[in-house]
Ligand binder design. Structure first.
Ligand SMILES: *Cc1c(COP(=O)(O)O)cnc(C)c1O
Length: 446
């Protein structure tokens, strides 16, 4: 079965060679066109992963005579084993058939959906959210966009982790927010370098971003560590923006502690959605939750600015908004358990194979999300310069695409997507092993 047959949405190279290269500002009748595209998004767009992935796809070829295995980016929804639950599908179908999802919605989202999200997030939070604290967005990414637009003022800077989910870099660049990076420490289970934070923050710092569960590292932060993050942020006078879009994708022992637990220490904006948990990124719904018992977001106009930004951007589909209460309330826990069991199995599978591949190691087994970060031991390889070189040659020789760590800010690391069919992963690891044996230093082979 070819990749195209497997799923029409699977992003793989098309191997098309025609290129249309024509620039023209004047046509044959002598008309001068007065318009041209701006480069407003030029820089920001280079910060997304797409460019790297397509460059690697360009290195794949038919001559290799192996299917292309696209394990550089992730969208588990294209694989039948990760199909969303029937409760979620029914919820959408019911709304669609009822005709209740056909109208415009308010900028903040419809009340039943906001109320349902508040209840979903409340759990054992000490400071309960109400529907008024919830704003619906077209996916979690639009939440990032709206929040960054609301915070960007001249000279403002924002603290982002390294490695990071690259959309944050792109959105910050587009909004004109200066980015300052703090490290996640692999030797400390990817904890945040708290001292580093104090060193890079100044009077123009507005926020710190905490992604938990962490994409791409795959860790889940402890209560103790998050409390320290909250205390550090309070000391610096900055808010915490936490991205908990992977809150339902945990397969290790550490449970998620919502950052909102520390809202009495520091105001917290929680970004979330159903894209990852329910494996439906195409449904495009997410939320911003204002965890702010002291009313800081109101007194600093942040809440107002977010609402104003929401008034001028497209809303998530009303059909999905109206289905959201049923999706959140009726989904059986067994759906998440099944999904997470497959991911855990895939992690174990990769780690088992890596035991036989000394030049690719996994310092910290992921316990969440859908990626596995590996470190490349380049000293064991003969003719590989760095992680990008490794991935380019892997694509060229094996039609296998992994993401070079450099794209995430981690030089000489590599990211493997585990949110795929296990057979594909097995095929990929066999090719990786063959590749590493071929490129190993002679002394190492015997
Ligand atoms: C996928 C992802 C998002 C984007 O979520 P959408 O709901 O698809 O917009 C945001 N943050 C992180 C960390 C992600 O992995």
């Amino acid at each position: 079965m070819s990749n195209e047959e497997a799923h029409a949405n699977l992003v793989v190279p098309a191997f098309k060679t025609e290129k249309v290269a024509k620039t023209q500002t004047q046509n044959s009748q002598g008309t001068v066109w007065r318009f041209s595209g701006t480069d407003k998004a030029a820089k920001a767009s280079t910060l997304t992963l797409r460019g790297v992935i397509y460059m690697l796809f360009d290195n794949c070829s038919r001559d290799v005579k192996k299917t292309v295995l696209p394990l550089g980016h992730g969208d588990p929804s294209v694989y039948p084993c990760f199909r969303t639950c029937i409760e979620a599908e029914d919820a959408v179908v019911n709304v669609l058939r009822s005709g209740k999802g056909n109208s415009y919605a308010p900028g903040a989202g419809i009340l039943p959906a906001r109320r349902a999200v508040a209840e979903y997030l409340n759990g054992d939070l000490p400071n309960k959210l109400t529907a008024d604290d919830i704003l619906l967005t077209a996916g979690c990414n639009q939440g990032v966009e709206i929040v960054f637009e609301s915070l960007a003022r001249p000279n403002a800077n924002i603290l982002l982790p390294r490695p990071v989910f690259p959309n944050y870099d792109a959105r910050a660049a587009y909004s004109g927010l200066e980015v300052r990076k703090f490290d996640l420490l692999p030797e400390k289970e990817w904890e945040i370098d708290l001292q580093g934070i104090e060193a890079i923050a100044d009077e123009n710092t507005v926020a710190i971003v905490v992604i938990n569960p962490n994409n791409p590292c795959g860790n889940v932060y402890s209560h103790h560590h998050l409390q320290k993050v909250a205390e550090t942020a309070r000391k610096l006078g900055i808010m915490v923006i936490t991205d908990e879009v992977y809150n339902q994708t945990i397969f290790g022992d550490n449970p998620l502690v919502p950052m909102a637990k520390f809202a009495s220490i520091v105001p917290v904006l929680t970004l979330g959605g159903i894209s990852k948990g329910w494996v439906v990124p195409g449904w495009k719904i997410g939320w911003i939750a204002l965890n702010d018992p002291e009313g800081v977001f109101a007194s600093t106009n942040v809440a107002q600015s977010i609402r104003q930004n929401l008034e001028i951007t497209p809303d998530p589909s009303t059909i999905i908004q109206a289905a959201l209460p049923e999706i959140l309330e009726k989904t059986d826990k067994s759906f998440f358990a099944k999904k997470n069991k497959i991911l855990k199995h895939n992690v174990d599978l990769v780690c088992h194979w890596l035991k036989d591949i000394p030049c690719v190691t996994c310092p910290k087994k992921p316990e969440s999300c859908t990626y596995l970060l590996t470190k490349l031991e380049l000293s064991l390889l003969e003719d590989i310069k760095d992680d990008t070189d490794f991935c380019v040659k892997l694509a060229r020789e094996e039609n296998l695409v992994f993401l070079p760590g450099e794209a995430l800010g981690l030089k000489n690391w590599m990211r493997i997507t585990i949110g795929v069919d296990a057979h594909m992963l097995e095929d990929a690891l066999e090719r990786l092993k063959g590749f590493c044996i071929r490129h190993a230093k002679k002394t190492y082979i015997n």
